[in-house]
Ligand binder design. Structure first.
Ligand code: F6R
Length: 597
């Protein structure tokens, strides 16, 4: 979602830092861009709808300015347009904002009653007008920020400049991420460190309700009216940046990253880092809370724990969990799953759980992300930077972490038998051996055209194959825009089968020996109604079944099967989107890091 960049430092560097920073934040998803900077004592603002290149085409990169702010906007209030794009200016204040001001209507009315008028539909313009109003009435920016923050309800990461202070930037933060990058005689500000990590490896994270003044070589951060000291942290090895290498897009490259990531992940958690594991023995219940693909990974986690540890697990959407009655106590472990660690709904749940004193564990990719700092324990996914909006390697590493967790959990409960360990070692070895050659096999599906122009695609499966169906269906729709839904295979005939007509594509994922024959019967029901059936099944299961197409998947074993089974579907979605000539890494309307609810 919206990305923020700010810079104060060397005048010949500002444009480069802003534009590079915005480029690094492109992956978050956006629909318009803008920058503002001081030039010859005036504030200049440039905004464009569409891709960053539109903005780059109109920016004079030789402009000398010591201070600038930049923004990629993902529309919440008002459609994508130059008027609604950030930065927004009111009086002496020009700002960029990530988040949502929930009480914008009442604030807007109050400001309108004071004679202030608005030109955009955005909540940000209201926020800027309020800041300017308070500044005019106090003539003191820090006090104006405090007064503004006391009136706004919602989430915000804000960076702004004030025409009266040409040697500093101002920041305010609540519930949306904001970091400072500390350089030599220069300071960077961004929504995430990828925007500045090529320039500095020192940073500090702003916490909720902090605000402050940022200069070239100092920064003063406040909370509740008092200046506070912030810890400076170090980005290890500047490894946060990735590039496409020879691949045509990040999604394709990231699918090919999976074998290496898995190998490193298993080694890391098996060898040195098992001490990260909390004392599992005290827990009677696990709740897994996440959104989107991370929720689907949680569903696989549930299947693993129920099947192998005979332990009950609930999986909840974070957007629902945060508003429901929560049944969790000192014997509950709540596991939050999030690639970005910045998903607003997941974070809200983690805050709630923390305030209840319930133990929590995060499965998260981004080091030091908000979620990782809210939970008692953290399992890092170690998937490296994921830039394609649609997750692939992130999802796969989340599922792999659940296998690792299951093993550690059962070891502590003394229920991890020699047979299970042998199954684990054998499955892992098989998976790592077959995965790369298999990716190559799934690079060509001759029947892709049969999916396009159909009103709907369906995915069905049972147990973990149902969880995989949900992920496969989401992947297809998000990158190819084909309508697609997933169902528990047995549910189809309770309503949805009315949608099956001649040539309707139905994918059946049936890798589970226990339910294979049941899913097969459901397939036959679809086939009898003219559906176009694509069966994804194991090389070891009976394949005499008459379907239109087959995707054959190596039998790894039930512990690792889900990691293997999703791969053809990740590649299928990529190939459909490619055939349709879509922007695979940046699907329309989607954001990588969903920082508003
Ligand atoms: C789908 C996708 C999303 C995310 C979801 C949660 O490809 O990427 O569904 O899984 O927005 O994001 P994180 O994992 O960052 O919390």
């Amino acid at each position: 979602m919206c990305g923020i960049v700010g810079y104060i430092g060397q005048k010949e560097k500002t444009m480069n830092v802003l534009l590079n920073g915005l480029e690094r934040l492109e992956y978050r998803g956006y629909d318009s861009t803008g920058i503002a900077y001081f030039h010859k004592n005036n504030v200049e603002i440039l905004k464009k709808t569409g891709k960053l290149n539109q903005l780059k085409n109109v920016v004079n990169k030789n402009i000398q300015s010591e201070i600038g702010i930049g923004h990629t906007r993902w529309a919440t209030h008002g459609k994508p347009s130059e008027l609604n794009a950030h930065p927004h200016c009111c009086g002496k204040i020009t700002a960029v904002h990530n988040g949502i001001i929930e009480n914008m209507n009442s604030l807007k009315k109050k400001l309108q009653d004071e004679g202030i008028s608005f030109i955009s539909d955005t909540d940000t313009e209201v926020l800027v007008a309020l800041l300017n109003y308070e500044y005019e009435h106090t003539n003191h920016m820090v006090t104006a920020m405090e007064r503004t923050m006391s009136q706004i309800i919602g989430s915000y990461a804000v960076v702004f400049i004030n025409e009266d202070d040409k040697d500093c930037l101002y920041v305010m933060k609540k519930d949306s991420p904001l970091l400072l990058g500390i350089g030599n005689q220069e300071t960077y500000i961004a929504s995430d460190m990828s925007a500045f990590c090529e320039f500095t490896n020192q940073y500090c994270i702003l916490d909720d309700e902090e605000y402050g003044v940022v200069e070239k070589n100092h920064y003063h951060i406040y909370k509740d009216g008092k200046e506070i000291k912030k810890d400076i942290e170090k980005i290890e090895g500047l490894s946060c940046l990735s590039n496409k290498e020879a691949y045509d897009c990040y999604m394709h490259k990231e699918i090919y990253d999976i074998p290496k990531i898995l190998k490193e992940l298993f080694t890391f958690y098996e060898d040195e880092h098992s001490h990260l594991i909390p004392d599992y023995k005290k827990y009677h219940k696990i709740q897994i809370v996440a959104c989107g693909s991370a929720y689907h990974a949680g569903m696989i986690g549930k299947c693993l724990f129920e099947q192998f540890a005979n332990f009950p697990v609930e999986v909840e959407y974070a957007s629902e969990y945060r508003y429901k009655t929560i049944f969790a106590d000192e014997n509950t472990l709540v596991i939050f799953v999030s690639q970005s660690g910045e998903t607003a709904d997941t974070i809200a749940c983690a805050k709630k759980i923390k305030s209840m004193g319930v133990d929590s564990l995060a499965i998260v990719n981004v080091y030091n992300s908000t979620l990782s700092r809210l939970t008692n324990y953290v399992y890092y996914m170690k998937a490296g930077e994921e830039r394609a909006v649609a997750t692939t390697k992130g999802y796969s590493s989340q599922v792999a972490i659940f296998v690792i967790l299951l093993r550690e959990w059962m070891k502590q409960q003394k229920t991890w038998s020699k047979e299970l360990e042998a199954m684990y070692q054998d499955g892992k070895e098989k998976l790592l051996k077959v995965i790369t050659p298999c990716l190559k096999q799934y690079e060509h599906f001759s029947w892709i055209s049969n999916l396009i122009n159909q009103p709907s695609n369906f995915f069905i499966g049972r147990r973990s194959d149902y969880a995989l169906s949900m992920e496969a269906s989401l992947k297809l729709k998000e990158v190819s825009y084909l309508n697609s839904s997933a169902y528990a295979a047995g549910e189809l005939k309770h309503g949805t089968i009315s949608l099956i007509e001649e040539k309707t594509p139905v994918f059946a994922i049936a890798t589970d020996e226990y339910t294979y024959s049941k899913t097969k019967s459901n397939l036959m029901e679809v086939k009898a109604r003219g559906g176009y059936v694509i069966l994804a099944t194991l090389d070891t299961l009976d394949d005499s079944i008459d379907v239109d197409e087959k995707i054959i998947i190596p039998d790894v074993n039930p512990l690792f099967q889900s990691i293997m089974t999703i791969l053809p579907f990740q590649l299928l979605s990529y190939h459909v989107a490619k055939k349709l000539k879509l922007d695979i890494d940046h699907p329309r309307n989607l954001a990588k890091s969903v920082t508003v609810e």
